[in-house]
Design a protein around this ligand. Structure first.
Ligand code: FE
Ligand code: FE
Length: 195
């Protein structure tokens, strides 16, 4: 579609976001499958449901503007999701992959935040109050999701950084326990003799 007016631009931006959201709905279940952290899996599944609601909200926006929703592919989102899938292929499953995917998911949220920010400001300036309110609602959800992912990152990163070390420490502790076991029973029998 050719863009000449501000309204054309708003509709064009919205088509882009619509495509981005649809791609996210298809991608999240695939990413949830390779995630190991339960906390991250939960956050991802929760945001998948929220994203489906965001698509419905956009359907409503297109209804208000009396425009068609489809007809555009968001190349930016396509690239972001492709990068996430490449990481999922190249990194072994575990906390390091989870940490990488949190980064990829936050890039997606930041991308959406800028898209919704642009569109909602434009709608507001045009006096499209209902459209603005719907877009602002989604914008807040994307910001909350970004914050939630930062929270999840603090525990996942901890595991990614210390996970292997802790596992080694545990093995060392087991070795020590085994080595000291005979001494313990010896001292126990020594105590018995004394009593
Ligand atoms: Fe979204
Ligand atoms: Fe999102």
């Amino acid at each position: 579609m050719s863009v000449t007016t501000a309204e054309d631009l708003l509709v064009d931006e919205l088509k882009d976001i619509y495509s981005a959201e649809k791609q996210a709905v298809r991608a999240y279940p695939r990413l949830a499958k390779v995630v190991e952290s339960e906390e991250l899996k939960e956050a991802l599944t929760e945001h998948l449901e929220q994203t489906k609601g965001q698509v419905e909200r956009l359907d409503r926006v297109f209804e208000i503007l009396e425009k068609r929703a489809g007809g555009k592919t968001c190349e930016g989102m396509k690239g972001l999701l492709q990068e996430a899938f490449t990481q999922a292929e190249e990194i072994e499953r575990g906390p390091v992959l989870d940490a990488a995917l949190i980064g990829a998911l936050q890039r997606v949220e930041h991308y959406e935040i800028s898209g919704y920010g642009t569109a909602s400001t434009l709608a507001e300036t045009m006096g499209q109050d209902e459209v603005h309110d719907l877009l602002a609602e989604t914008l807040q959800e994307e910001k909350d999701t970004d914050e939630k992912l930062t929270e999840v990152a603090s525990s996942v990163n901890e595991e990614a950084i210390h996970g292997a070390e802790e596992a080694e420490d545990e093995l060392d502790d087991q070795d020590e326990a085994e080595a000291s076991a005979p001494r313990k029973s010896a001292s126990r029998s020594a105590r018995k003799k004394r009593s």
